[in-house]
Design a protein around this ligand. Structure first.
Ligand code: FCB
Length: 461
């Protein structure tokens, strides 16, 4: 690294923002799109806050050109978006929907035209309903279905797209979706079924990475985007740092079975090291599915970067026995509208710990804050909390880079306010405000602030 790079963000650092298909596109059954499991759960009374659905969402499907202009106003150099699998293959497997493919052609072409690099997420939770009816992720054929879908999109887009993520947050779509039941498909399975579904998603990741590597027309840069479950040290004392690191990577027996799959290593270790972590294997015991050596080899495909969706974390210090002790925040600590605690150090230590463990370049695939934003009397959306949150988190990220973490990009969540899963339209994460009645977009104050960060490569921080 040059001296300049050490002082700040590296020269080719990717500044971007992220979205996901179900959260923004709408057009729920247009032009041949098939239903997804989110279309399904949105019809269940009480599943989503105030009965909201993604039927229209931001109507991005019809407003693509306008939204690209907004991306430009936000200064984006890169845009992370996901493909709707059932828009492309309505039944999840089999017949391909040309109109669905054409929509993403238009998006990719318009991005390139605007000099914004497309970064595709293959799967961000809108699983084809037709495959769910065949057992979904529990079906041993599900990794093959994902491979077939990947082949279709790689063939179509890899002439123009170089950057790919396989899965977004398996912890959530398996944990919340198949264990807790608060996300689609809304299942509350037993531990062995949860682990089996999880194993299939990892196999799906491996198969997709393999296809991308072998068949992409421009050499693919491949990663994935798990949740970063972060603990960080209360001080820089080595004992605290080690306690926090251990806490971040250990899997512990939990009295709440729903905490089981919410960790980093159950997912990250197979993907990078080709093995499930010993502590998890011990705890899950006989609930573990049958796993072969060939499975583990398939899962551990070489990756070009490791993603982290990082929002919040907890503070830890070394107790008398060296074990981690969680440090409570003082009453009145800053909270997001979600109730998540604002702790900028999360980003510094999160990327450091992930980088040190997995030894792959890190991309922050999501980070941001939900605020109580609205269009004010002067017609603008003033969001000083978001600017302050971002300023502090990006400085913490810069510090991690200065301390040696190899971080290649940062994607703000999100480009615009959107359908926040079971929270409906309550949580606003965007740089751009969306009025969900009129669908009018209004860039918030943070949009021009972030544009300046992108323009100066963070030098204004
Ligand atoms: C992440 C999801 C993303 C968004 C943010 C707030 O867990 O990946 O779609 O909902 O949280």
């Amino acid at each position: 690294m040059t001296t300049d790079a050490i002082k700040g963000f590296p020269k080719d650092f990717r500044w971007g923002a992220a979205t996901a298909s179900y959260q923004i596109e709408g057009a729920k059954d247009e032009d041949g799109k098939g239903p997804s499991v989110w279309d399904m759960v949105c019809r269940q009374p009480g599943f989503v806050w105030e009965g909201h659905t993604g039927d229209v969402a931001c109507d991005h499907y019809h407003r693509l050109e306008e939204d690209i202009q907004l991306m430009k106003a936000c200064g984006l150099r890169a845009y992370r978006f996901s493909l709707s699998w059932p828009r492309i293959i309505p039944d999840g497997n089999g017949t391909v929907n040309e109109a669905g493919l054409a929509f993403y052609d238009r998006l990719i072409d318009a991005l390139l035209e605007a000099d914004i690099e497309p970064w595709i997420t293959l799967f961000h939770w809108d699983y084809p309903y037709a495959l769910f009816c065949q057992g979904g992720w529990l079906n041993p054929r599900s990794p093959e279905w994902f491979e077939d879908y990947t082949r279709v999109v790689v063939k179509r887009y890899s002439d123009r797209v170089r950057h790919w993520f396989t899965l977004n947050e398996p912890q959530c779509f398996i944990g919340f979706g198949h264990d807790v039941g608060s996300h689609a498909p809304g299942l509350r399975l037993g531990l062995s079924e949860v682990l089996l579904a999880g194993h299939h998603t990892l196999l799906a990741h491996g198969r997709a990475a393999q296809i991308l590597r072998a068949e992409a027309r421009t050499p693919a840069q491949i990663g994935w985007a798990p949740v970063g479950c972060i603990t960080f040290p209360a001080t820089d004392r080595p004992e605290d740092v080690e306690a926090a690191r251990k806490e971040m990577f250990d899997i512990k027996a939990s009295s709440d079975p729903h905490n089981n799959v919410f960790n980093n290593t159950w997912w990250g270790d197979p993907v990078v090291f080709g093995r499930y972590p010993e502590d998890g294997l011990r705890i899950f015991g006989s609930a573990m599915p049958r796993v072969t050596e060939a499975d583990m080899q398939l899962i551990a495909q070489p990756l070009d970067f490791y993603g982290g969706n990082i929002y919040c974390g907890s503070t830890v210090r070394a107790g008398a026995d060296g074990e981690a002790e969680h440090v409570e925040t003082t009453p009145g600590h800053p909270l997001t509208l979600y109730g998540w605690k604002c702790k900028p150090e999360t980003l510094r230590w999160g990327v450091r710990f992930l980088y040190e463990r997995y030894n792959l370049p890190i991309v922050v695939t999501e980070n941001g804050i939900s605020c109580m934003d609205w269009v004010m009397e002067d017609g603008a959306v003033h969001d000083p909390q978001r600017i302050d949150y971002l300023s502090r988190h990006l400085k913490a990220l810069r510090q991690a880079i200065t301390e040696g973490a190899d971080v290649r990009g940062y994607f703000h969540w999100s480009l615009m306010d959107n359908f926040e899963w079971s929270e409906g339209y309550k949580q606003r994460f965007g740089l751009v405000h969306v009025d969900f009645g009129t669908l009018q977009r209004t860039p918030k104050d943070s949009a021009s602030w972030y544009a300046e960060v992108c323009r100066t490569n963070g030098a204004n921080l």
